[in-house]
Design a protein around this ligand. Sequence first.
Ligand code: ADP
Ligand code: MG
Length: 641
Amino acid sequence: MALFQIAEPGQSAKPHEFRLAVGIDLGTTHSLVATIRNTFAQCISVEGSDNDKNFLLPSVVYYGKNNEIIVGESAKQIGKNDAKNTIFSVKRLMGKNLNDVKNNENFAGDEKILKIKTNQGEKTPVEISAEILKILKNRAENFLAGDLVGAVITVPAYFDDAQRQATKDAAKLAGINVLRLINEPTAAAIAYGLDNQSEGIFAIYDLGGGTFDISILKLTRGVFEVLATGGNTELGGDDFDKKIYDYFVTTTNLNADEFSTEQQRELLLLCKKAKEQLFSFSQQNSTRNQQIFIDFCQKSTELTSQIFTEISKDLTQKTINVVKRTLRDAKLSPDEINGIVMVGGSTRMQNVQDAVAELFGKTPLTNLDPDKVVALGAAIQADILVGNRRNNENADDDLLLLDVIPLSLGIETYGGLIEKIIPRNSTIPIARAQDFTTFKDGQTAMSIHVLQGERELVSDCRSLAKFELRNIPPMNAGVARIRVTFQVDADGLLSVSAREQISGIEANISVKPSYGLSEQEIAEMLSASMNNAVNDAQIRAFREICVEAKRLIEATESALAADKNLLTANEIAVISADLADLQNLINAAENIENAENNLQSEKLKITAAIDKLSKSTQDFAEKRMNQSIKNALEGKNIDKV
Ligand code: ADP
Ligand code: MG
């Protein structure tokens, strides 16, 4: 049968319809949406796509009395008079619970979820973020004149499972199909087209208003891998403003203690403006020739970029020190970095660019707007994921993005210790398995406690989830083979499964967001692990020897209960005495841990008692072995053995 013509030649739908996709930078202070138009990535502003500042949507949500919800610049203005119902910086609350935040009458919720009190009832950070995302979605759909197929949303590299899941939930609530979450630094690297090079190692330096982040990415055949991340959650443009403030106060001899809160805020704002003015001129208008004065309280001080560089030297150096530390983490030297990408408004500062250039011995990339880079990179990635680039021979179809997990993941083992299964800074997606066994004879259940952190003791790590593997068939201690598998998917979400290999029984859990961790807490956990490394190692060694002792006690007791008849009264007395000695040392062990200096000597005593008991039970063990072989052979045909 011939084909039946239904359209004129050339009027059929294109084989590959263009699919609408966007990239979203859901930021702490500002959020942006970007898309690809005529193969070009661009941000979408309120009026349409252009280059004015209207592409920045302040991440502020206002809940009014009459059920009105206002987002963005207007909300920011209203917020000055109705702070209680205006939510700023909701990103810092994502994935958090009530225990994670400072006690505040505006918060509600419980240990699972955080809620914020508003005119319109209690709102979760997920709901509030969804309001911001809805605006961005509408903005994009108006501009593109169609429904979105999906979006790539960026998150900080240090976001944990709970924070990533909360971001996804917010998107879902806003009616956005999340194609993928990607890390902000990775998006920035894509915006600069670094993925078009064949390979290289790149540093993404992100200095915003209140935070500093550094990420080291490695590119191999179009695949990005995050080698390491670092940062400081309390270092950003605001601190540079404060330096100018102090400089003004010193040079004018004003008494800052007498300033009212309003005055302080006003002066700080003037300082911020002066700073931004210093670096807002185009290259040809050399900033060195600009005269900038700060006028306040009938006093005036001139600010030059030279003075600014001088007074903020320690801040710039602080960021450089973090970069050096992160490079060490990745086992790299500055000259091994092939390119540096600058992200965040504060990287407009020339002195910051100079310091970075000096460290790496090369000029950082600054030609894209540092406010836009993350959104632009996300848009490019979204375009690839929905398949728009399939016909473009220059594009890399299967650009894969690999990220890292910020803190090690592991499980609790006997003795209150953590066994790390996936180490910190591992690239995701990743799956790792480790085998464990039962501690007691006949043990039929095992509790799996999933933890996150760098320290050695469970009490110093963060609990993520707990579940039980039940119905393990009774076996002797140490016989069961329980394989615990950790899997972190491309979005950074963790699932854990435990399977007893002999019986095949299995249990698993996905780590659902119960409570999040702030960037600051991650930083604190990391520095705590370094500060306590020696002490932790000692306690760990001590607890391990205690566990070994308990296992021996357990085994000896169960052997005595079963086969006492193999021993003479004298032998029983010797074993019982050694057993009691070891038991006494272990009973005392709990109190010893606090008195550090005793740990070492106590550990030696326990080791000696273990050796003694092992020796006195050696013959007994042999006798039992012989007996069980005899039992096994009895009644059996010899050729069957
Ligand atoms: P965040 O990611 O923390 O929300 P941004 O990346 O938007 O922050 O950066 C905000 C910071 O950038 C502020 O401290 C602001 O003063 C600073 N900034 C913006 N423009 C300039 C400029 N022209 N020169 C210097 N700093 C600037
Ligand atoms: Mg930022």
